[in-house]
Design a protein around this ligand. Structure first.
Ligand SMILES: Cc1ncc(COP(=O)(O)O)c(C=O)c1O
Length: 359
């Protein structure tokens, strides 16, 4: 039996993809070896690689003037790499600090350029997103960095700021689960281990004009332009992540693409917010309702002891990953792309039953 996996990443992957991988694992396409045993220069692997690059562009609906890159190191490397590449000496970058990840992005960029906090939601305990008018853009700002979904706080940026400054976005935890308004961005990045693939890399979409003006005085791996020039094959890429991501993206495409993913995500989230809102305060979600995440639903119970009991009982009932992030406590259900609606309904029913017996 499959677990109901509400993990915040790594997390559940589509069962049909796992089964397909299993079926072809030991002997990929008659080669007598698994895909991860073969050369990354082999025609078989290159076909998988190019198909994944193509699907990453197609599903995201990325325009031709964006390059798609696969880079090891996850989103954390991108925190530094963005500033290293895009910030010239006389330029600045603003960061919207909407939670833990926005803060990390700013801190990791600090050694690499003149970066500043353009808005910080700390006063409201990171429960809301800024209005455009609240964002402070200083003269000489090369880009404004935003986090489209704060995985720990369970808050999403609904209105993407249009302030005449190119955006850079960390989309790790709602990657390809909502359409991307490409006009606004110079660069979009995210780790793959939530909606797309096993951990091991980030997918980056970068505007070609931003590559042209990027810094060149960096080691090859640290230059976006090098990954673009080599089709992310300049070194040994994370083949397993790319291989599985290709299958997940193909499934997204078959299912109706990014808009269908978005619609299902909203429906799944609405089920749990419904239970929370109808619980007469037994379950509490601290986030401004207008910007509640569709991916990470955070909630508290009246007492910590009850939360512990809830968690233990949920595990007994076959659910995993419901513990809130260690920095904030409480509970968190992550409803990424591959999590079936049936798992969400199972949790919703469990929450209602738990309230009946403990409320
Ligand atoms: C929004 C966000 N940004 C960045 C990261 C860090 O990503 P990685 O672990 O791929 O470096 C995470 C991880 O959970 C995240 O949720």
């Amino acid at each position: 039996m499959r677990a109901h996996n509400f993990g915040a990443g790594p997390c559940t992957l589509p069962l049909e993809v796992l089964e397909e991988v299993q079926a072809e694992f030991v002997d990929f396409d008659g080669t007598g070896m698994s895909l991860i045993e073969m050369s990354h220069r082999s025609p078989e692997y290159e076909a998988v690689h190019d198909a994944a690059l193509g699907l990453a562009r197609e599903v995201a609906e990325a325009p031709e003037d964006f390059e798609v890159l696969f880079v090891q190191g996850g989103a954390t490397l991108q925190f530094a790499m963005v500033a290293m590449n895009l910030l010239a000496l006389e330029q600045k970058a603003g960061y919207v600090v909407s939670g833990s990840w926005g803060k990390r992005a700013l801190e990791d960029a600090e050694p690499h350029g003149d970066v500043y906090s353009a808005w910080d939601g700390k006063a409201d305990s990171y429960t809301r997103m800024p209005r455009s008018a609240e964002i402070d853009i200083r003269a000489g700002t090369r880009y404004l960095h935003v986090t489209t979904n704060e995985t720990i706080g369970g808050i999403r940026m609904v209105d993407i700021p249009e302030l005449g400054v190119p955006l850079v976005a960390d989309m790790s935890s709602d990657y390809l689960a909502r359409p991307i308004d490409w006009r606004l961005y110079d660069l979009v990045y995210g780790g793959v281990q939530k909606n797309l693939a096993p951990a091991g890399m980030a997918v980056i979409y970068v505007r070609r004009s931003a590559l042209d003006s990027a810094r060149k005085d960096l080691g090859s791996f640290l230059r976006y332009s090098w990954h673009a020039e080599t089709r992310s094959l300049g070194h040994t890429p994370p083949m397993f992540s790319i291989y599985i991501m290709g299958k997940v993206l193909a499934r997204m495409k078959r299912g109706g693409g990014i808009r269908a993913v978005e619609k299902t995500a909203a429906e799944k989230a609405a089920v749990l917010y419904g239970v929370i809102d109808e619980s007469a305060g037994f379950y509490r979600n601290p986030v401004d309702p207008a910007v509640r995440s569709h991916m990470n639903i955070v909630f508290r119970l009246p007492e910590e002891a009850l939360e512990k009991e809830f968690l233990a009982a949920s595990e007994q009932a076959g659910m995993v990953g419901l513990k809130g992030h260690r920095s904030v406590g409480g509970l968190r259900a992550s409803l990424y792309y591959a999590l079936p609606m049936a798992s969400v309904e199972y949790l919703a029913e469990f929450m209602a039953d738990f309230q009946s017996s403990h409320g």
